[in-house]
Design a protein around this ligand. Structure first.
Ligand code: ZN
Ligand code: ZN
Length: 223
């Protein structure tokens, strides 16, 4: 049982490091502690174990990177997570803004065979319900979309993706849902204010103000 619990923890760390590595800043133990709501000593102990198992490397500046083996496991987990989200949303009918936390529980219980069969059953989806590519961000995906924060006033945009790190807050996703900030929906950027660090979107449902730090994690295309 202890072994099981530990492997779940390691699976969670792998996913977090994988997600954080796709951001702009170097990944350090403090970021993990904040994201996983763990104490620095727990994070340190888990990272040492992962280093011993050759899943991560930590350099002199304390920057954490995944080894090839770690990255392979992390990608596999991310695929399982997104398959679980698609299943919960598209088959069981749970709203897209609620599936993330349930998927986090399901993904650890999914054997490779179940994951393969589920992918077949779901007809090999390319994206999760939040618009995140199943296999992680490809160069093409990143080239074809940009963070909402970079949009300009007057621009018409389509929401492409709500970042995995925003999925942790169901309240935030529900709010975005109510304001039609949903993958596939169209908006116009009507205002962008440095003084309040926010921008305003307009859709058929009216106006929504989005702070820059959230807008940075929403990817869009110009239409
Ligand atoms: Zn998710
Ligand atoms: Zn998702």
């Amino acid at each position: 049982m202890l072994e099981d619990r530990q492997s779940i923890v390691i699976e969670e760390y792998l996913q977090e490091i994988f997600l954080l590595c796709s951001g702009e800043k170097p990944v350090k133990a403090v970021h993990l502690a904040a994201r996983l709501q763990a104490t620095p000593s727990t994070v340190h102990a888990t990272l040492s174990r992962m280093q011993r198992d050759n899943l991560v490397e930590i350099d002199k500046k304390k920057k954490i990177t995944l080894t090839a083996a770690g990255e392979e496991q992390a990608k596999d987990l991310v695929v399982r997570h997104h398959l679980a989200e698609n299943f919960l949303c598209n088959v069981l009918g749970i709203p897209w803004y609620q599936v993330h936390k349930h998927a986090h529980r399901l993904e650890h219980a999914m054997s490779p065979l179940v994951a393969e069969k589920l992918a077949e059953f779901l007809k090999h989806p390319q994206f999760c319900p939040h618009g995140v590519p199943l296999e992680g961000y490809s160069a093409e995906f990143l080239k074809n979309s940009f963070p909402l924060e970079k949009g300009k006033v007057g621009m018409q945009i389509k929401i492409v993706m709500i970042d995995e790190t925003l999925e942790e807050s169901e309240e935030l996703l529900k709010h975005l849902h109510d304001k039609s900030v949903i993958p596939g929906k169209k908006h116009t950027i009507t205002e962008k204010l440095d003084v309040t660090h926010s921008l305003t979107l307009e859709s058929e449902l009216g106006l929504t103000t989005i702070p820059f730090d959230i807008a940075r994690k929403i990817r869009v295309t110009q239409i």
